[in-house]
Design a protein around this ligand. Structure first.
Ligand SMILES: Nc1ncnc2c1ncn2[C@@H]1O[C@H](COP(=O)(O)OP(=O)(O)OP(=O)(O)O)[C@@H](O)[C@H]1O
Length: 329
């Protein structure tokens, strides 16, 4: 395993409230290697925003630690945190550009705050705008830009101080699907060119499918599943796998059951799965299914609709053929 670039250890955050304390993060362990793109997914309230605030130490964890590049940020005094935070760039869903400033002046802002001299600022801003595909647009105002272009400015601004880590909080949630793909392609390209480590908080599985190397599912402040996307999709019982490669939910007739079949072609060929299914008899229907390649793995999922009384025999036969199968309803 390469050494972790971002490392969270037993991270816990409790918000004291007047009633019961709210445990927003309940012992998070997470290691993200340098130059990886890692997705954090979870329902509303799972603790994603708290995780980001703890990572930048805008909130002090109640216990546990946050380390970036081997430096334990959660122990640093406030004065040293300010410079440590420059190594973490932030990209948000809503870009919050200063409307009265040009695009170039928006990107220059963090450089001004960091005390970079004017001449160096101008050169760096031009370089950053080129990097995000907005070369020549420095004199425009935010009001003249599309949502995707504004997000490009937000990314350029986040990269201004040459951070080693880019934290993206729902970076594409306000964008249409074509623009989402362009912004994700940009983030991947920046990772490839700059070797930056990227953590993306998202509720969109499309983001994980498109660019993440690895993913973590948070629930009630805990890590429920975590790993490389290729491993997650090959793990048959995985909830993340079900969400990454979904099959439609189906209405079910009287006295019928649904059996879900999942396989990767590393384990069994599609034709062998289909012949095992065909051997189950005329009452068994393939009601829905998908076969696709994700993170280099070819994964199939089928929903079989069959008489409830035939489920046990079907499971025995499918398992004997080396196919993972379980009753879902
Ligand atoms: N300042 C706070 N004081 C008290 N409770 C808080 C505070 N911030 C967050 N919480 C609680 O901590 C839990 C995790 O919240 P958090 O905002 O991190 O979740 P989230 O996954 O980011 O959700 P969303 O996607 O809706 O933003 C929730 O139960 C929330 O109500």
């Amino acid at each position: 395993m390469p050494p972790a670039h971002i490392e969270l250890t037993a991270l816990r955050k409790v918000y004291p409230t007047r009633g019961e304390d709210v445990v927003a993060l309940d012992g998070i362990d997470l290691a993200v290697p340098r130059a990886a793109i890692h997705g954090i997914v979870g329902r509303s309230g799972a603790g994603k925003s708290t995780l980001i605030r703890c990572l930048t130490v805008l909130e002090r964890p109640t216990s546990g630690s946050v380390a970036v590049d081997g430096e334990v940020l959660s122990d640093l005094p406030e004065a040293r945190l300010r410079s440590a935070r420059r190594r973490i760039g932030m990209v948000f869903q809503h870009v919050n550009l200063l409307d009265s400033r040009t695009v170039a002046a928006n990107v220059a802002y963090p450089l001004e705050v960091a005390g970079v001299p004017r001449a160096r600022r101008a050169a760096r801003v031009a370089e950053l705008l080129d990097l995000v595909g907005l070369g020549g647009r420095g004199d425009s105002y935010p009001g003249q830009l599309s949502g995707g272009q504004k997000q490009r400015v937000g990314i350029a601004r986040a990269l201004a101080t040459e951070p080693a880590v880019l934290l993206c909080d729902e970076p594409t949630s306000a964008l249409d699907s074509a623009t989402t793909r362009q912004i994700l392609a940009l983030i991947r390209d920046l990772r490839d060119r700059l070797g930056i480590t990227v953590l993306i908080i998202t509720h969109e599985m499309a983001v994980v499918r498109e660019i993440c190397d690895s993913v973590t599912l948070l629930e009630h402040g805990r890590v429920v599943e975590s790993g490389p996307v290729g491993d997650v999709v090959a793990h048959y019982g995985s909830r993340l796998a079900r969400e990454l490669i979904p099959v439609p939910d189906l209405p079910l007739g009287d006295q019928r059951s649904l059996v879900e079949v999942a396989y990767t072609t590393d384990d069994v060929a599609t034709r062998d799965v289909l012949s095992a299914v065909a051997g189950l008899g005329a009452q068994v229907e393939i009601a829905a299914g998908t076969i696709e390649t994700l993170a280099g793995r070819r994964v199939g999922r089928l929903q079989l609709d069959l008489p409830a009384g035939e489920v046990d025999a079907a499971l025995v036969r499918l398992h004997a053929a080396g196919v993972h199968a379980e009753v879902t309803r």
